[in-house]
Design a protein. Structure first.
Length: 149
């Protein structure tokens, strides 16, 4: 997954915050208006959205002469993929995971335990009843991507 530049991240934040999953998306003008504090030209926002579409970060659909844009994946799926990509940077994945696990707070550790328990099909109080799945931009579950590597 590609890392995002500052402007790309700002545009994605608008899409993630403004566009609900059931929405038809937003236009370039709507994104530009949401970035009002940045004083960006319409064509700049249009170029950024076009590049994000090329990277697979956004989906777009024609509406008349304009395009409507929406995120290809949730913010959480994007972050999960960044974490998986970081594990591929080299060295020991196991050592990196252990270091990460030791650096999280108690609450974060409980969330991880619940997610791992849910993934393993465990039930009971320790699983936390989590049923949400995080899909990557390709639509595959992040855990499936880990298994394939």
């Amino acid at each position: 997954m590609t890392r995002l530049g500052d402007l790309e991240r700002a545009v994605m934040d608008v899409l993630w915050d403004v566009v609900p999953g059931t929405s038809d998306g937003v236009t370039v003008r709507e994104v530009a208006d949401a970035l009002d504090g940045r004083e960006l030209a319409y064509t700049t926002v249009m170029t950024v959205l076009d590049r994000l579409a090329g990277k697979g970060m956004v989906q777009r659909e024609r509406e008349g002469r304009a395009w409507r844009y929406r995120p290809a994946a949730s913010r959480e799926a994007h972050i999960a993929q960044l974490m998986l990509d970081a594990l591929d940077l080299g060295g020991s994945r196991d050592a990196a995971l252990v270091r990460f696990a030791r650096s999280v707070t108690g609450t974060e550790a409980e969330v991880l335990r619940a997610a791992l328990g849910s993934e393993a099909g465990l039930t009971g109080p320790s699983s936390g009843g989590l049923t949400d799945r995080v899909d990557g931009p390709t639509g595959r579950r992040a855990a499936d991507e880990t298994v394939e590597r």
